[in-house]
Design a protein around this ligand. Structure first.
Ligand SMILES: Nc1ncnc2c1ncn2[C@@H]1O[C@H](COP(=O)(O)OP(=O)(O)OP(=O)(O)O)[C@@H](O)[C@H]1O
Length: 261
């Protein structure tokens, strides 16, 4: 199922935070949203998981307007892993993962054998099966993050949106998570700060600056020294990854900023 942000604008606190953003996330592809702090990435994402309604424009899911769907209908299709996804309640890992099935269940309906298998497989995939009986409040930030991804996957979404999912993850789990997203076959829109991870994990990258899309395309097309200078204010050398050929960036501050004098 494809996702399209169509001329999306969001006003908050009297200011336009997202400006006429049009971005296509083709079915089964991983699209990264990158940009400086405060450029509107999380705000745009919040419109996809319906924490916010756009001030203008639309979000289309498989061609259907999101705002016209019931919340239950869209929750069955869109899973979100966000900065607010944590839980303050002391569920066990197993219980929290099982909550991913909630949009598919009616009332207190128990999980089927297939759903229990799905929860177990998802915990194994995310390397958290050994934590099943632990309270989520006792987990490290990275463990908890992986549990939340497992919960999102048991939802069996058609579209997955993630806001900085590699926060808290060690380098191995970062790479594992991103390769898992690619392999999942689900349509993914992911906010990432690490441009090198974005270059290796994303089919396409959209770049936001001050709420507007300034470029979109393959990592090779988008992650150029000129764009990094203009949007992020850094000098960058782009070198091919010696094993994968993906563009990798080496950064430094522009000469005038060195030493901040
Ligand atoms: N509820 C709100 N009311 C007013 N301004 C807001 C609100 N939420 C966000 N903003 C502002 O909107 C801008 C964009 O915020 P947003 O969180 O979308 O940026 P971001 O690109 O995700 O940033 P970061 O990389 O720092 O996470 C920021 O300047 C922020 O202060």
């Amino acid at each position: 199922m494809d996702l399209r942000l169509d001329e999306l604008s969001v006003d908050l606190g009297g200011a336009r935070i997202v400006r006429e953003l049009t971005l296509d996330v083709p079915e089964g592809q991983v699209v990264g949203l990158v940009g400086p702090n405060g450029s509107g990435k999380s705000t745009a994402l919040r419109c996809v998981y319906r924490a916010l309604g756009p001030s203008a424009g639309r979000v289309l899911l498989g061609g259907e307007e999101l705002s016209a769907m019931s919340l239950r209908h869209s929750a069955q299709r869109v899973a979100a892993l966000t900065q607010e996804s944590g839980t303050d309640l002391d569920f066990t890992v197993e219980e929290l993962v099982a909550l991913g099935r909630a949009p598919h269940l009616r009332g207190n309906q128990p999980l089927s054998a297939r759903e229990r298998d799905l929860c177990r497989d998802s915990m194994e995939l995310l390397d958290v099966a050994h934590l099943a009986g632990r309270g989520v409040l006792e987990l490290s930030g990275g463990e908890r993050q992986r549990v939340l991804v497992a919960r999102a996957l048991v939802q069996e979404p058609r579209v997955l949106v993630l806001d900085e999912p590699t926060n808290h993850l060690d380098v191995r789990h970062q790479l594992e998570l991103l390769s898992l997203l690619r392999a999942a076959g689900v349509t993914v829109l992911v906010v990432l700060h690490d441009l090198n991870l974005a270059a290796s994990a994303c089919d396409l990258i959209g770049v936001l600056s001050e709420g507007a899309l300034v470029d979109a395309g393959s990592p090779k097309e988008v992650l150029t020294p000129a764009l990094l200078r203009e949007v992020f204010g850094v000098e960058a050398s782009v070198v091919p990854h010696p094993l994968t050929g993906d563009p990798q960036l080496l950064y430094q501050l522009p000469p005038a900023r060195k030493g901040l004098r």
